[in-house]
Ligand binder design. Structure first.
Ligand SMILES: [Zn+2]
Ligand SMILES: [Zn+2]
Ligand SMILES: [Zn+2]
Length: 497
């Protein structure tokens, strides 16, 4: 087959996705036909189903690279590698593979797409706006809401640049089918980043290291913002690599986390929740005035606190605990909701410390963990506050899936820059907090228990936890007790996740 192509159609920072869409459009081919032409020997041997691994666009593993190079008159793989390096250069040691840095679903800018252009900068997780137009990126079809995999695949696509549902991401007329548009000028902050990385392509700086998480960072802010805080460390307490895995060390880390959560609890109880302590007691102890009556209306503040705490600490029940103390140090305690993220950060810190100093400095590590826990817990409480008004009235809770979503949204966008000064063997850590501003509790909720009489009522109410009611029913199986047990069970079931 004769392939129609001109290498001028490939633009700077362009991803292979739009290169192949252009190929499809110009040659009236679909994506499987393109893979047939350019697939590796292995791919050509596959008779039926060609899996996603052969269709990926980062390494181009499923392609016959030489044929691709010759036909396009362009080295697409080298172009990929250069582009990716210029985005992730200083972070490249954080993950073992590049896939972590790029979305699995296509992310695109509608303005760029109109010209047939899709970029690595759209697909990069650290940018949520187009680097050329500052527009919010799309990741679902505006018509059918489907996502498109970032692969050479027909799965969600019909004709070139067209969704399965018929929606056209770009319209090319017969007369202008190859009038592709090159990208506009790049946002200066992003451009600075990309150019600096291109200049330092091969120089790795041992004496400072960025520690970020691909999902919880924002590149534009990182380039523009200064650090929120810089902390200097003169390490006294040092540990060895094997200590990191010891029970004692892990317990110390857990203590740091636990203290940070307690700090947030104390702060909340002295501010937002100050006048709702009785409301929290009522909900947590499942208090009501008598056996046969339904439970009273839930105060939204108590709701937010009780379920924030339950989900954060992954408690089985929301009721019957000591509301004011947090302890993560005991054998029957489940790990914190963000354990994996915290582990990621502490592994990165420890790896770097080991590389530079051959020992672990507890000071820097706990400082970073504390920052993460404090910020996450506050954001996560705000997320619970946002749904508390409606949900407390409905007596309902979100599903675990929704809670995981709240968790991911609440984890702060941050970056740490670890600097190590060899001459004085001291180190400093810069903390970049990449959020717009501190989360504000701007949606005021109505508490049903603010009258003096309501406070007294709660004090005289009786606690009916499921265990207590089960005991009552066992010792005296009366009709009232059976009704009571039903009421309690129904209520608790509505509030479990
Ligand atoms: Zn754009
Ligand atoms: Zn669609
Ligand atoms: Zn209240």
């Amino acid at each position: 087959m004769n392939v129609v192509w001109r290498k001028e159609w490939i633009n700077e920072y362009e991803s292979p996705w739009s290169v192949f869409e252009k190929l499809a459009l110009v040659n009236l081919a679909d994506r499987n036909e393109i893979l047939q032409i350019f697939g590796s020997a292995h791919v050509k041997d596959i008779k039926h189903y060609i899996g996603d691994k052969q269709r990926e666009l980062i390494q181009l593993n499923g392609f016959h690279l030489e044929r691709l190079h010759q036909t396009l008159d362009f080295n697409l793989q080298e172009h990929n590698f250069k582009n990716i390096q210029s985005l992730i250069g200083p972070f490249s040691e954080l993950y073992s593979s590049w896939e972590h840095w790029f979305h699995r679903e296509l992310h695109w800018c509608s303005r760029c797409m109109e010209g047939g252009y899709h970029s690595w900068l759209h697909q990069f997780k650290l940018l949520d706006e187009c680097a050329f137009h500052d527009l919010k990126l799309n990741n679902t079809c505006p018509n059918c809401r489907s996502t498109v995999p970032f692969l050479l695949s027909n799965r969600q696509l019909e004709h070139a640049f067209q969704c399965k549902c018929g929606y056209a991401f770009a319209n090319f007329h017969m007369s202008s089918w190859n009038e592709w548009r090159a990208p506009d000028q790049m946002n200066p902050a992003v451009l600075r980043w990309v150019q600096a990385n291109q200049a330092n392509m091969k120089i790795s700086n041992m004496h400072s290291k960025w520690i970020i998480h691909a999902q919880h960072c924002n590149l534009k802010r990182l380039v523009m913002d200064g650090p929120e805080e810089i902390k200097l460390f003169n390490s006294e307490e040092t540990f060895h690599r094997q200590d990191y895995f010891s029970k004692r060390f892990q317990k110390d880390l857990l203590q740091v986390t636990s203290n940070a959560v307690q700090q947030v609890v104390d702060r909340l109880l002295q501010s937002t929740l100050k006048s709702h302590r009785h409301c929290i007691t009522q909900l947590m102890e499942l208090r009501k005035s008598n056996e046969t009556i339904e439970f009273p209306e839930i105060c939204p503040y108590a709701y937010a606190y009780v379920f924030w705490r339950k989900s954060l600490l992954k408690k089985e029940h929301f009721y019957g605990f000591d509301s004011l103390r947090i302890s993560l140090i005991s054998d029957d305690v489940a790990p914190l909701l963000v354990r994996e993220l915290l582990e990621y950060f502490s592994d990165q810190v420890v790896n770097y410390q080991m590389k530079i100093r051959r020992c672990i400095d507890m000071g820097g590590l706990s400082w970073i963990l504390e920052k993460l826990v404090l910020q996450f817990c506050e954001n996560f409480f705000c997320a619970w506050m946002e749904i508390a008004g409606k949900r407390s009235k409905e007596v309902s809770v979100p599903s675990w899936k929704e809670i995981e979503n709240m968790r991911d949204q609440s984890f702060p966008d941050v970056a740490f820059k670890y600097n190590f000064d060899e001459s004085s063997s001291s180190s400093s850590i810069e903390y970049y907090h990449l959020q717009n501003r501190e989360p504000l509790l701007n949606n005021k909720c109505n508490c049903p228990n603010q009258y003096e009489t309501a406070k007294q009522d709660i004090q005289t109410m009786i606690s009916y936890t499921p265990q207590k009611v089960a005991m009552l029913n066992m010792s005296n199986p009366s009709d009232e007790h059976q009704i009571l047990q039903k009421i309690v069970e129904r209520y608790v079931k509505k509030l479990s996740f």
